[in-house]
Design a protein around this ligand. Structure first.
Ligand code: SF4
Length: 315
């Protein structure tokens, strides 16, 4: 790459810092090229095979200038994340999840686990009605659920949707509790976060989100429950933790919020507030940005409200 091109690139993007950092009168060293690439091709250059930079013919034709190769968005820092939390808390108040009829003990923990399965791919309202049906039929125990014919159990949990497969998942879960833990839900949830989570993930019908909900709310162990509301909110805010992948989000939020037993409350509230916000304000379609406590830090919402163009393209 020539110094002349670097000068043109810097002018094109009006990035004087880039010019000063890389010099203008000599070709870039290999180390400087790598640094420019790490910067996300600031200065209008687009990477090509071989790791060297190559300019586009004009500013507008250059994908980097158009923003298509812009540096990936940075996740929020701990301080920024705290501001988001404070705004959500001020808007919605403490959530104190998980909603259960039983107030404590093994009965409550079982209810949370069954509820976590029943609420898969459906609203909590349907799952809550299914749980009420089980309770009123006297079937809210592992032994009773395993003993029920599958079609009868399906009828009881029908309000939760996908009722046939959910009946099988409930029986799979309860069967594991009985066969591997003597029917003791506390034994299933005994151990540290990763041990319990791995144990749960081995059960048919329990995926990462369900396992984390059980681990956090029933096991009272520190982990973060990732869901579609979290993806949507942080992508719209322009600061996703990284790729839209369950483990990427879980690792980031658990690390940022806390990994100690004392952090369970905060992890619990974070998840509940994100769900609340996603259901009430940051809706998939027609979000209520004008009512949102996060509008001043949300490029997507500002675009929706017509107040200010977004800083970057939101997926
Ligand atoms: S401003 Fe709109 S898009 Fe942004 S977080 Fe709030 S509701 Fe969601």
């Amino acid at each position: 790459m020539s110094g002349r091109w670097v000068r043109r690139a810097a002018q094109r993007t009006e990035d004087a810092a880039y010019l000063a950092a890389h010099g203008v009168s000599r070709p870039l060293s290999r180390e400087a090229q790598r640094e420019a690439e790490r910067d996300g091709t600031r200065g209008g250059a687009a990477p090509r095979a071989g790791g060297r930079l190559q300019p586009g013919p004009t500013g507008l034709e250059d994908p980097a200038v158009r923003g298509e190769h812009a540096a990936p968005p940075k996740p929020f820092s701990a301080r920024e994340l705290k501001r988001v939390y404070d705004a959500l808390l001020a808007q919605h108040g403490e959530q104190q999840w998980w909603p259960t009829a039983a107030t404590e003990g093994s009965e409550q923990r079982l209810e949370i686990c069954l509820g976590a399965i029943l609420t898969q791919n459906t609203s909590w309202r349907g799952a809550a009605t299914a749980l009420t049906n089980l309770r009123e039929a006297g079937m809210l125990s592992c032994a009773a659920i395993v003993a029920l014919p599958e079609d009868v159990l399906g009828d009881l949990v029908r309000p939760s949707g996908h009722y046939r497969v959910k009946a099988r998942k409930l029986q799979s879960f309860c069967g594991t509790v009985i066969e591997e833990h003597g029917g003791d839900i506390d034994a299933l949830l005994a151990g540290d976060t990763e041990t319990v989570r791995a144990r749960l993930l081995r059960i048919w019908g329990v995926g990462p989100e369900t396992a984390d909900a059980m681990t956090l709310y029933a096991g009272r162990l520190p982990t973060f429950v990732v869901d579609a509301y979290a993806y949507r909110l942080f992508e719209r805010l322009g600061h996703p933790p990284g790729e839209r992948r369950y483990d990427v989000y879980r690792e980031y939020f658990t690390r940022m919020i806390g990994t100690a037993e004392d952090d369970v409350w905060a992890l619990n509230e974070w998840h509940a507030l994100i769900v609340r916000h996603g259901q009430r304000i940051c809706r998939k379609t027609q979000p209520l940005c004008g009512e949102c406590a996060l509008l001043d830090r949300c490029p997507f919402g500002q675009e929706q409200a017509g107040a200010k163009p977004p800083r970057r393209k939101v997926r």
